[in-house]
Design a binder for this molecule. Structure first.
Ligand code: NAD
Length: 504
């Protein structure tokens, strides 16, 4: 795999990263593809946090007064630079996170899409006008920039999650301090270079609009604890969210939390099974089951369960597993050895709880040495046990049967997480019930498509242990601004609201 390392070096150079930035540091970056060392990057010293925060605060003071459509111009340029760098950045996502080529490129496309969205948004950022009960008065709300935004991101979407946050935060007038996953600092440093190109073309932006912190959880913690960072957008495990949220709440900061999921598909007796199989396989084994929206639970009507499981087993048996850079590969590696062990442990626990496991073995033939490759697993379970209710970040699909649609809904909602969900049915009553107030309790609920592969136009996020945050489209931008209610009196009287009299 030496050629991969060499190609990675060329790509890193094309993305503007220098040999000095990539060597001599304490953070070793290895590729999940074969474990080869990609770089040794320099960690941000904790002692630098003060200066970083001061720079972000100063940048905020200048940036908040730049007209929003002008701020949008920076994001338009960022979108252009991302288009130019798409192939290289996409390849780097594959090397550093282990995604297949098409998904690495897809992640960069998602960045481009959010930039387009944010550019349009920069000419909106609209508030309401509100009818006042007092004569000669006008009420309205204005949305103002809120301050530096701390972005903490996970390894599995190493660049898209940053862009969802950064594109919106920057048009909203907020500088960004980004703490990427310690597993994927190279893609973050590459994004910083791409952003700098956009900045150079933009011209007069303040210093410190984007700062990247390279390192582990301690750096994230310093960001979370800082009073100078009013908004923390944290993407990662529920464990991380549980640590972060109370600290931010204690200082009355705001959190946008995007945490773990345990996403389900209900398949009704009327479902188009051929479509369902395609959707299931993409969402359960894509990114080797390491998407927050990966399909983890299949809740199937008992009358079609055996047929559907048999079709799935046939599809799984032919899955091309291996080097994610090889054309045709659909299942790349797990991120590291710990992920492989977590998968094996979950399968063992499922067996102990009465599950029947298909697949799930380690793959060592025809895959690059040094990477952790696994067969995606299908596990038929007698019920929704603790293991099924736990998110294991690996390609395990638990299958549960049901007879009544109301039972299926109950199973779907009876987990601690609430990110994404879907139903396959041609029965309009089932579909509408699924989307109703008494239906899925998730932030995302789909009909006749899988749970993953979100578009940027909608708000993205989920309920319960998923954290309640919303990012990306719709009105998610509001979380990056502060709302101000304004009342203007253009009369010569001073009436009080609610009929209160206070004559002096
Ligand atoms: P992780 O929680 O191990 O790490 C995520 C980030 O949090 C890293 O940058 C890490 O350094 C930082 N971190 C960890 N502990 C911290 C602390 N105490 N204070 C501050 N920062 C801290 O997650 P991971 O393994 O990189 O990613 C996988 C997880 O992320 C899965 O649970 C997945 O579902 C979730 N995820 C959720 C979404 C979503 O949008 N809901 C998207 C992607 C990933």
């Amino acid at each position: 795999m030496k050629d991969i390392v060499m190609t990675a070096e060329t790509t890193l150079a094309k993305l503007g990263l220098t040999a000095a930035e990539l060597s001599g540091g304490t953070l070793k970056v290895t590729s999940p593809i074969d474990g080869s060392l990609l770089a040794e990057v320099h960690e941000t010293p904790a002692a630098e946090m003060g200066a970083i925060l001061a720079r972000a605060k100063a940048a905020f003071k200048a940036w908040r007064t730049v007209p929003a459509p002008r701020r949008g111009e920076l994001i338009r340029l960022l979108g252009e630079e991302l288009r130019a760098a798409k192939d290289d950045l996409g390849a780097l996502v594959s090397w550093e996170a282990g995604k297949i080529t098409s998904e690495g490129l897809g992640e960069v496309q998602e960045m481009i899409d959010i930039c387009d969205f944010a550019v349009g948004l920069s000419r909106q950022l609209y508030g309401l006008t509100i009818a006042s009960e007092r004569p000669g008065h006008r009420m309205m709300e204005t949305w103002h920039p809120a301050g530096p935004v701390g972005v903490i991101s996970a390894f599995n979407f190493p660049v898209a999650v940053w862009s969802w946050n950064a594109a919106l935060a920057l048009v909203c007038g907020d500088p960004v301090i980004w703490k990427p996953s310690e597993k994927t600092p190279l893609t973050a440093l590459a994004c910083q270079k791409i952003f700098e190109k956009a900045l150079a073309r933009f011209g007069d932006a303040p210093d410190g609009l984007l700062q990247v912190l390279v390192g582990g959880a301690d750096l994230g913690k310093a960001l979370v604890e800082s009073e100078d960072v009013p908004i923390i957008s944290a993407t990662g495990s529920t464990r991380m969210g549980r640590a972060v949220a109370p600290i931010v709440a204690q200082r009355f900061g705001k959190c946008i939390l995007e945490l773990g999921g345990n996403n389900a598909m209900i398949v009704g007796p009327s479902a188009d099974l051929e479509m369902a199989v395609r959707a299931i396989v993409f969402s359960a084994v894509g990114t080797a089951g390491q998407r927050c929206t990966s399909l983890r639970r299949l809740i199937v009507h008992n009358s079609i369960k055996d047929d559907l499981v048999a079709r799935l087993k046939r599809a799984y048996a032919g899955l091309p597993i291996g080097n994610p850079l090889t054309e045709g590969t659909l299942v790349g590696p797990l991120v590291d050895e710990a992920a492989g062990k977590a998968m094996a442990a979950a399968l063992e626990a499922a067996r102990a709880q009465g599950g029947t496991v298909f697949g799930g073995a380690r793959v060592t033939q025809d895959v690059p040495e040094g990477g952790v490759y696994v067969e995606p697993a299908i596990v038929e379970m007698p019920g929704q046990t603790e293991t099924v209710k736990t998110e294991t970040f690996a390609p395990i699909l638990y299958v549960l049967g049901y007879d009544d649609f109301s039972d299926a809904l109950e199973i779907q909602n009876d987990v601690p997480q609430g990110l994404s969900s879907c139903v396959f049915t041609l029965n309009m009553r089932e579909a509408e019930q699924f989307l109703s107030a008494a239906g899925s309790d998730c932030g995302i609920a789909n009909v006749n498509i899988g749970p993953s592969g979100a578009e940027i136009g909608g708000a993205f996020g989920g309920e319960k242990e998923t954290g309640g945050g919303r990012e990306s489209g719709s009105d998610a931008w509001k979380a990056y601004m502060r709302r101000q209610t304004n009342t203007v009196n253009y009369s010569a009287e001073l009436p009080l609201a609610q009929g209160v009299k206070f004559d002096i």
